[in-house]
Design a protein around this ligand. Sequence first.
Ligand code: NAD
Length: 302
Amino acid sequence: MTTPAVDVTVGFIGLGSMGSGMTRNLRKAGFSLVVNDIRRESADELVAGGARWADTPAEVAASSDLVITMLPTPKHVHEVMNGQAGVLAGMAPTGTWIDMSTSVPEVADEIRKKNPGLHVLDAPVSGMSVGAANGTLQIFIGGDTDDVNRLRPVFDAMGDRERILHVGGHGAGYTVKLMLNQLWFSHLVATAEVLAIGVKAGVDLGVLRNALVNSPAQSNFVERDVLSVLDHGDYDEGFAIALACKDLGLSTDLAASVGVPAELSALVEQIFRRARASYGDRAGEMTPVKLYEDLIGVDLRL
Ligand code: NAD
C-alpha cells in the first residue's frame, strides 16, 4: 500500500472489534494516528507500533487532521462528540469528522447545524471484524462529493477499493447500511427456520442445503454465510447480538420515521431480542440460529 503524499494524522476513537483492525490498516498505509477509547488497554499494541494515545476525544481532535469515530451506538457517538472533553471541544471550526459507526443521521445533523463550517461524512461499513482486519471493508459514504474525493486515500486504506461507495448526501450511508443489515438478518432468521423444519421433518441437513443452494430460493446467506455455523459452530462473536439488536431497532425506527410499515423487520427484531435474552449481550450475531437448534434439540452441523 502506498504512503500518503503528505503526512496526515488521523484521530481514531473506538478501538473495538472493528476499530482495532481499521487502525492497523491506517498505520500500514502510512497515516500517523492519535487514538482514544474508554478501555486504555485496547490501544497498547497500536501505541507500541507508533500511534499516539490521547486522554480525551477533545485531545484527539486537537492533535489530528481528521477524526474517525467507530462506536457502538448513536448514544455513544453523541457523548463522544458533544461531551465536556468531546471531539467538538477540540476540533477547529473547519475540521473533518467521519462517523463510521452504524448509526442514524440525527446526531450528525444536529452537529452540522450548530457547526456549519465542519466537514462531516457518515461512512458505515460491512464486512465483519475479518474485513476490518484485512482492509477489505465495504464502505457506504454519505456527504459532499468534494469531501469524499479528498478523503479517498483514508477510505482506501480500510476498504476494498471496488466497494467504497458514495451513496448520496448526508445520512445516506447510515440508511444503506441499516437496510443491508436488516435484509441480512432477515435472511438469517428465514434460513434458520427453514433448515430447522426440514431437519426435524427428517431430511439430511447437507442434502437440504444443497437443494436450496441450487434452487430459486438460493441466497448468499444459504450458500456462504450460514456455513460458519453449519461447518464450525461459529456464531460470530466478533459482532455482538446486542449490537445486532441495536441495528434492528434503528432500522425499524427509520421505517416508522418515513411512514413505511415494517412488519417483517419488526418480527426479525423480536427474534433477535429473544436470542439476546437467551444467550446474553455478547453472544454472536448468528445466535438466532441457535434458538431454532435448541427448539428442535439438534445442532445444525454438516
Ligand atoms: P465494539 O463494542 O467491539 O467496539 C466499540 C469500542 O468503542 C469499544 O472498544 C469501546 O470501549 C469503545 N467506546 C465505547 N464508548 C466509548 C467512549 N465514550 N469513548 C471512547 N471509546 C468508547 O463494537 P464494534 O463491533 O467494533 O462495532 C463498532 C460499530 O461498527 C458499531 O456501530 C457496529 O454496529 C458497527 N459494525 C460492527 C461490525 C462487526 O462485525 N463487529 C460490522 C459492521 C459494523
